[in-house]
Design a protein around this ligand. Structure first.
Ligand SMILES: [Zn+2]
Length: 336
């Protein structure tokens, strides 16, 4: 089924369709986990997974959100947290629901896949995965506004606007160069200062705590089908530009094998727009992680944030195809 989104009515129809489909498939399970559950039960499924796999997996909180929700993450480690660390987050932008689902699929594969290649990652790395980096905003997209993007903090707006764009709230060229907004009503409001919002500060603190081991930072967004690397500040190529470009292109090729989905690799600035204060740029600059990528997952605008549930599984499997390429490159000597 295809929709031309030409009116508000069409968007409303699509939201209704999405709800119906979700209700239908809520009990569908894959490899022991229901990857299609997109609602707050993601937290419950994290606990379920950790309890089934308690030798390697455990959940933990990196802190609480503005409204007091836990920022629940899962740690998958066979080493007692001594190996090089990989961090994955999703849903820092509340409305980008596909990212949490793909994140859940990655967790499922790490814990349940029979593939030797995927299992070998756990012999080399410790994984830390945060499926919902913006729990207040995420809840708000389910209760009130499907298209909410920001956090839900009071931001000093004289006219009552709410929320910070958490992916503009990190301290890398914060609010410089037009890469974010100082207007509290804007969807790209950078916050009142770097790390003014607890969600961004909690991520900063946890990432800093593992920074001596952090080799790969991955942040999942949607949509647009882009494989993005630093920076969003300006067009000056980072020293590792050629490496990132070549890994990004290899991954893009792999992402397309299964369904022909076309991903494009490049810097945020070159491929999208000026964006300052992102979690990726801060991690790249402040923590010197060996590799940092931000993904914009499906699609290229047809459904946008209302990606139908029947695209979740293809999105997840094609993502894993490219992730394998990145993981192979990560293990090469030149990146160590
Ligand atoms: Zn986003």
């Amino acid at each position: 089924m295809t929709f031309e989104l030409t009116s508000f009515e069409d968007v409303k129809k699509l939201i209704d369709l999405e709800k119906v489909n979700q209700d239908k498939i809520v009990d569908g399970r894959l490899n022991g986990i229901d990857i299609t559950r997109l609602k707050m039960c993601i937290h419950q499924s994290l606990d379920d997974l950790a309890s089934i796999n308690n030798a390697t997996a455990s959940t933990f909180s990196i802190g609480t959100s503005y409204e007091g929700r836990e920022m629940k993450a899962i740690k998958i480690s066979k080493s007692g947290e001594t190996r090089p660390a990989i961090w994955i987050d999703a849903n820092i932008h509340a409305r980008e629901w596909i990212t949490g689902a793909v994140c859940n699929y990655i967790i499922d594969q790490l814990l349940n896949s029979n593939e030797t290649e995927i299992q070998s990652w756990l012999d080399e790395y410790d994984f830390y995965i945060l499926p919902i980096a913006n729990p207040d905003g995420y809840e708000f997209t389910h209760t009130t506004d499907r298209f909410w993007r920001k956090s839900r903090s009071e931001n000093g707006s004289p006219v009552g606007c709410i929320g910070t764009d958490l992916n503009r709230n990190f301290d890398f060229h914060w609010l410089e160069n037009g890469g974010a907004s100082s207007n509290p009503c804007s969807n790209t409001f950078a916050g009142n200062s770097p790390f003014s919002d607890s969600e961004a500060a909690n991520m900063r603190d946890f990432l800093t705590s593992i920074s001596s081991r952090l080799v790969f930072y991955l942040s999942l967004h949607s949509s647009g089908q882009y494989i993005l690397f630093p920076t969003g500040f300006d067009d000056t190529p980072i020293p590792q530009y050629n490496t990132y470009m070549s890994i990004g292109n290899l991954a893009a090729e792999a992402h397309g094998i299964r369904h022909g989905t076309n991903f494009t690799a490049g810097s945020v600035y070159n491929l999208m727009y000026t964006a300052t204060g992102s979690s990726m740029d801060w991690t790249w600059n402040a923590l010197k992680a060996n590799l940092t990528f931000t993904y914009e997952l499906r699609d290229k605008g047809q459904f946008g944030h209302l990606l139908p549930p029947d695209q979740i599984y293809p999105s997840a499997t094609e993502f894993m195809d490219g992730l394998k390429v990145i993981m192979t490159e990560l293990s090469r000597e030149y990146l160590k």
